[in-house]
Ligand binder design. Sequence first.
Ligand code: GLN
Length: 327
Amino acid sequence: MREPIRNGPIQNEPIQNQFDISGLDLPDILGTIHEEVRPRFGEGRAADYIDALAGVPLDRFGMALVTCDGRVHEVGDSRERFSIQSISKVHTVTMALQAVGDALWERVDREPSGDPFNSLIQLEYHRGIPRNPFMNAGALVVSDVILSGYGQPEQALLEFMRSRSGSTDVGGDEVVARSERESGFRNIATANFIRSFGNIENEVDAVLDFYFLQCSLSMDCVDLARSVQYLARGGYCNASGTQVISTQLATRINSLMMTAGTYDAAGDFAFYVGLPAKSGVGGGIVAVVPHVMSLCVWYPGLDDKGNSLLGRYALHRFTQMTGLSVF
Ligand code: GLN
């Protein structure tokens, strides 16, 4: 295993809240952001390479945050469900780490790629080891790890999402999953290419089916903000009251989100937003303020990197107005 920095002892004590947010008028801040984005509805493009997402209207915007002490603030279409797409990569990497721990890093690297989320280009150089778990190639290997590591992987995924979000009816959207399979030439190629290097163990079709299911999950901003609370709370989930992963792993998933969660715009996200974040081509972005809150914003119009255009703006304004940033 490539481990240039030696692990110290497992750190599992939640760090104290570094920010005092008691003076912030969070509903007012969300309201201001909503006012600012409304005149810009229509900007960006829906993910038209997936037929089922192409027609999503560009007049929807929702934002929700869940503080570590359980308060929820929301604005706009925060209770409308949308296709979570690559946001699910945060949850599946967590499941894979639960199953195999650090052995995951023998099969997926932890470096930003600087290339688009669906790029295959570096796979040849790196002999089928994807650069990180948040690009499609990495998520396909993660799917393979989950297929080998869980008796009923689909059920395990649904249970994970339901217990993290506290929303018992979270499920996949069959129309989206089918549409992804029909237009999934790149993902199909990527999975086969990785398999040719021996870094996929299961049937390629089974890996793809699992991957399309996770991408097709339909959730709203409040569900999604809740679903990543464990990353704000040092590995503890407040919906289920359980420890999902160690504090150390929660910290590390946050670091991966910071360096690779928004693909080849991760540098810009660090620059303008300064929070670990994970986007999906459904237009959702989740973000984490460690020890303080988790957030989700949704606007289906994407920028040229596949990140929600107004979602990115909203998070930028949020950190600007609140001063909340990991930097
Ligand atoms: N399902 C999409 C794909 O595989 C997910 C990509 C994304 O959300 N960035 O292309």
